[in-house]
Design a protein around this ligand. Structure first.
Ligand SMILES: [Zn+2]
Length: 116
């Protein structure tokens, strides 16, 4: 259900963008999904493919999910690393706590191909 409501808002956004461009058809949609975005990507893709059928602009489009693996940045040693668990709180190289997640929580429409 969660994925279905996300799919519906992505579809609405895509249709809105397409109408701004006066597009007749959307041929392809790309959506970035982070591993830690909190969505099941299979369920999301399924929901998108169901939801798009209700729109003439969108129904023939190809929907692609682009998966983003988690990546953290440490300002202690200026390095990036892949955290092993979601609640990592120290750097894998220098043990500093000055770390932040820079990739892995995305959930957004990243590109749209249209036909005018
Ligand atoms: Zn570090």
């Amino acid at each position: 259900m969660h994925e279905l409501s996300i799919a519906m808002s992505i579809v609405d956004l895509a249709i809105e963008e397409a109408s701004k461009e006066n597009a007749k058809k959307i041929t392809e949609i790309e959506i970035e999904v982070g591993t830690w975005a909190g969505v099941d990507s299979e369920a999301l893709l399924f929901s998108l493919n169901v939801t798009k059928q209700y729109s003439d602009v969108l129904k023939d489009s190809e929907i692609r999910l682009i998966k983003r693996e988690p990546l953290m940045y440490c300002s202690g040693c200026n390095r990036e690393f892949t955290p092993k668990v979601q609640y990592t709180d120290t750097c894998a190289y220098c043990n500093s706590a000055q770390i932040e997640l820079i990739q892995g929580r995305e959930l957004a429409l990243s590109s749209l191909s249209i036909q005018e």
